[in-house]
Design a protein around this ligand. Structure first.
Ligand code: MLC
Ligand code: AMP
Length: 494
């Protein structure tokens, strides 16, 4: 039984979702997701974990599809609205999706799948009101696959089971005291846990309202936040940075209106990347709120959080969330003494069990005794965890997105004028890190035009992965063994 969906029966007349200026009740969500389930089942008793990929903008339609897939016994594979065709095709092929669903807006982009004999292609406009017998879904069944970049190979599908998602939700609902009277604005993409679990699913679990703004515009966000209906907000640090810049552009009377409205909020949260203390402090001046910083990962949802009540310590990610075990371990996976630096390792019902179709990668991401190796380096500082960095320089976090330097290098090396390249993340106030590339050209008298290169990259990489900084070198910095030293390369950009 999927408790998230069962819970909705207690809140039938309440507003579950606000999107595109419409309000949708829990009853509508139950009815319309049943129609999706009936369309997908098409006479079958149970989808038996078929992968159903779907591409719609964040809206009621998204939730209707997500719940419909779950109710029919399928695995939901949400696609990214900002990805080029190549990245979408990769996910659909990797998951071996049997069905692809999209709204009219994405029909042209996904047209090639219409011709595939192994895929059933459904437009959301083709879903008609229908009822059917729904299968009973056990909690240990697979529910969702989200793609994440790593230090090796192509992006991997993180498989979450219903029990993992439920543990991730309930831990946050309890810790942050969600209630049915809450109303949250969701401006985040819905192919990552921050938007899907922390915001959407926690709201629906408690009978609260989730309002979508499918595209981030700082001005529109302030218009909604000033409106008085919303009382919770969650975002990545880059969004707070952009909101601060927008706030600073307003005359004093508008600033005052915004500050008065924000002061009435119940909770404001930051996560997915390190929150700079300067952003925390400026936001406190603007809103009267000390942002609650928490730490998570696609493979486990949230694991560590500053307290809802109690001291929220700047520069720290907080303490273990309820039901989650944390330890700091050395390179041999041995626990270090309190105060010593090591990798954050995590255990609990929130933690995923497998990368889709990649048993070797799954094995490598857990210790022999079953702890998830996050790759994040931290220490316990007077009862609060503090992140110091990451094990790998090949992982870049920009605007809350995890980006693999190796994936970008692989694409750059296929350019006819490029002999070799090195990609690194360079610290940046606004984005956390920005993607920077050093290019070694095949022939120095045959230069590369950067705007042309950027255009060439656009259908090969999501736009947020396209490097923003370039340097040209004769060779990459290397150590005595001839291995590229990425730390030295990073310094060359700063
Ligand atoms: C957009 N751009 C970025 C970028 N986002 N560049 C670097 N990093 C990013 N994250 C660039 C585009 O390529 C484009 O460049 C220009 O900015 C405008 O694009 P846009 O799409 O209009 O940008 P905008 O809508 O303003 O997006 C910024 C953003 C977005 C911060 C709202 O990046 C975002 O939604 N980030 C959140 C990601 C997220 O949810 N992460 C959670 C992962 S889960 P050009 O050159 O073409 O103009 C996780 C676990 C946990 O981490 O703990 O939560
Ligand atoms: P993702 O794989 O996209 O889910 O990103 C997970 C990663 O985001 C973590 O492994 C951390 O590196 C980073 N992260 C999430 N929250 C924080 C935070 N509060 N501070 C620093 N890094 C964070």
């Amino acid at each position: 039984m999927i408790q998230l969906i069962q819970n909705a029966k207690q809140y039938l007349d309440r507003i579950a979702i606000r999107s595109n200026k419409y309000a949708y009740t829990y009853q509508q969500l139950l009815q319309d997701s049943e129609s999706v389930a009936a369309t997908l089942l098409n006479g079958k008793a149970d989808l038996q974990e078929e992968r159903i990929a779907f591409l719609v903008t964040p809206s009621f339609e998204y939730v209707q599809l997500q719940w419909g897939i779950w109710r029919a016994g399928g695995i939901a594979v949400p696609l990214c609205t900002k990805h080029p065709f190549k990245s979408i095709e990769y996910v659909i092929n990797d998951t071996k999706a049997s069905v692809v669903i999209c709204s009219k807006e994405y029909e042209e982009l996904l047209r090639p799948f219409k011709k595939r004999a192994d895929i059933r292609f459904i437009l959301t406009t083709e879903i008609k009101a229908a009822q059917c017998d729904l299968p009973d879904i056990a909690m240990d069944r697979r529910a969702m696959i989200l793609y994440t970049s790593g230090t090796t190979g192509s992006p991997k599908g993180v498989v979450s089971r219903h029990q993992n998602i439920e543990a991730q939700i309930t831990s946050l609902v309890t810790s942050w005291e969600w209630s049915k009277d809450d109303h949250i604005l969701n401006i985040l993409p819905l192919h990552h846990v921050h938007g899907i679990v922390n915001i959407l699913s926690c709201a629906l679990w408690t009978g609260a309202c989730c309002e979508f703004l499918p595209k981030f515009y700082a001005e529109t966000v302030f218009d909604i936040l000033k409106g008085g209906a919303v009382n919770m907000f969650m975002a990545v640090p880059t969004i707070y940075y952009k909101l601060i810049a927008q706030y600073n552009s307003y005359p004093p009377e508008i600033q005052k209106d915004i500050s008065t409205a924000l002061a009435k909020f119940r909770l404001m949260v930051s996560g997915s990347a390190a929150l700079p203390i300067s952003v925390l402090e400026t936001w406190r001046t603007i809103s009267g709120h000390t942002l609650l910083e928490r730490y998570g990962m696609t493979e486990m949802g949230m694991a560590i959080s500053n307290p809802y009540k109690g001291e929220r310590r700047p520069g720290h990610i907080g303490k273990a969330l309820s039901g989650v075990q944390i330890r700091i371990a050395d390179e041999a996976d041995q626990v270090v003494a309190d105060g010593q630096t090591g990798e954050i390792q995590v255990k609990g019902p929130n933690v995923f069990q497998e990368y889709w179709g990649r048993p070797e990668a799954t094995k490598k991401t857990f210790t022999a005794d079953g702890w998830l190796k996050t790759g994040d380096v931290a220490l316990l500082d007077d009862g609060y965890y503090r992140i110091l960095g990451r094990n790998s320089v090949d992982i870049i976090k920009s605007g809350g997105y995890k980006i693999s330097a190796l994936e970008i290098e692989e694409v750059l090396r296929t350019h006819p004028l490029i002999k070799d390249c090195g990609v690194v993340g360079v610290p940046d106030e606004e984005w956390g890190e920005i993607v920077a590339a050093s290019l070694i050209l095949k022939e120095t008298n045959n230069p590369i035009d950067i705007p042309t290169l950027q255009t060439w990259l656009k259908d090969k990489l999501p736009s947020y992965q396209i490097p923003k900084l370039y340097i040209f070198q004769e060779d990459l910095p290397r150590n005595v063994m001839g291995k590229v030293t990425k730390k030295a390369l990073q310094k060359m950009f700063s």
